[in-house]
Design a protein around this ligand. Structure first.
Ligand SMILES: *Cc1c(COP(=O)(O)O)cnc(C)c1O
Length: 407
């Protein structure tokens, strides 16, 4: 089931294109498996189990002699459509979907490591990823060293010792720190480490880690892939051998499976993902430039601005600055709260990558779980806000921000 299915049933003899199609064409077409009814849209197979024509067929299926579906904790036709479509867009050999971004993150690492192994990770990251790496995995005898993401010397030093996994989040949540994926992958491969990239903030549209040397990419599909605030989901993409020798045996028995209903929502979301992400990115670039010109703002952190400390690396590996902006106010936490409360369109919410523009105060919400010194290390002060820019008209977003700044 690893080959790209173009799903022209019930015209099974119609050949698939014999040229390399654009990822946007894959986003609409790849993975489609039509039933005998020839439906236009992808079907929702909302079933936990499957039946067999005979006892022998069940036996053969359990010994992997057939490609008969067994049980939706292992695989499901609607989930498979989402996995094949995302793999085709990403240019990955294989994809496994999970029930949330965190289950994808945890499984992508846990399927590789044993007690005594060492992980090296970039220090600035989403708080739950930080908890997995610095609290949960160490309980099981896995050691973790964190490196300042844009310091080449620090990576070289950390990756001169034996390392099993390198985990990088770039851009980081919430302050959009950038890690040079190619540079870190080259160093990591010299010591035989597997490089996993959390590509949530960039999305498959703006950054292609596998082409930059990474081995595995993981997503919270909750963010830009759904992008419309409906479902939780995750995905892990990598080589056939990583997925089949490591991830699938781990996931089958630990059970972070994605619901077929959520997969069906996502398979349709992929069709519009590129258009949505490009527009959100254009809106975010315009808003970042607008905010940078405002006296009330101390600094704007956005990879598409020349003022970003790693602008050059962002230009090299991303095709846009992302949909998220880090904003540091001149005033106190109270001023930041007043500003949020004065917004009339942009919602206060801790999600991101959504069609609705959302703003959050990371130090009291998404990142409150982290100790004050860890927050300070990541630059998350009480006057920092994270703005996720959506699909509203840019003029209305600028008007909303302008009137809230005045208050
Ligand atoms: C949201 C997020 C996750 C976790 O995803 P969930 O779908 O919420 O479990 C992981 N990494 C990053 C960078 C995120 O923003």
């Amino acid at each position: 089931m690893s080959e790209k299915t173009w799903g022209y049933q019930p015209r099974p003899n119609r050949p698939a294109p014999d040229w390399d199609v654009n990822p946007q064409t894959d986003a609409v077409r790849a993975g489609l498996a039509r039933s005998g009814f020839g439906e236009t849209s992808e079907a929702l197979y909302l079933t936990s189990g499957f039946t067999y024509g005979s006892a022998q067929e069940a036996f053969d299926s359990f010994t992997d002699e057939t490609d008969h579906y067994l049980y939706s904790r292992f695989h499901n036709p609607t989930v498979a459509m989402f996995e094949k479509r995302l793999a085709a867009i990403e240019g990955a050999e294989y994809c496994v979907a999970t029930g949330s971004g965190m289950s994808a993150m945890f499984a992508s690492i846990a399927c590789l490591v044993s007690a005594g192994d060492r992980i090296v990770a970039s220090a600035a990251m989403f708080s739950s990823c930080h908890v997995v790496l610095t609290e949960i995995l160490p309980k099981w005898g896995v050691s973790v060293d964190l490196v300042k993401g844009n310091k080449k010397e620090d990576w070289a030093k950390a990756l001169s010792a034996p390392t099993k996994v390198v985990f990088i989040e770039t851009p980081s949540n919430p302050l959009l720190e950038i890690v040079d994926i190619q540079m870190v992958s080259d160093l990591a491969h010299k010591v035989g480490a597997t490089v996993i990239v959390d590509n949530v903030m960039a999305s498959p549209v703006l950054q292609r880690p596998l082409e930059l040397g990474a081995d595995v990419v993981m997503y919270s599909a909750t963010k830009h892939i759904d992008g419309q605030g409906r479902v939780l989901a995750g995905a892990v993409l990598g080589s056939f051998s990583y997925i089949h020798e490591n991830l699938i045996p781990f996931n089958r028995h630990t059970g972070p499976a994605l619901s077929p209903f959520n997969a069906w929502v996502l398979v349709k979301s992929l069709e519009t993902m590129e258009m949505r992400v490009r527009r959100m990115n254009d809106n975010a670039q315009a808003i970042a430039e607008f905010l940078e010109s405002r006296a009330e703002i101390k600094s704007v952190r956005y990879p598409g601005l020349k003022s970003h400390p790693d602008y050059a690396t962002a230009q090299k590996q991303m095709s846009g600055g992302s949909s998220t902006i880090g904003i540091e106010f001149k005033g106190s936490k109270d001023d930041a709260f007043k500003f949020m409360d004065a917004l009339r369109i942009i919602d206060i919410s801790n999600n991101l990558g959504d069609s609705k523009s959302l703003i959050t105060h990371p130090s009291s919400t998404t990142h409150r779980r982290l100790a004050p010194d860890v927050q300070a290390e990541m630059g998350i002060t009480p006057s920092v806000l994270r703005l996720s820019v959506g699909l509203e008209h840019i003029d209305d977003l600028v008007k909303d921000l302008t009137q809230a700044l005045k208050s």
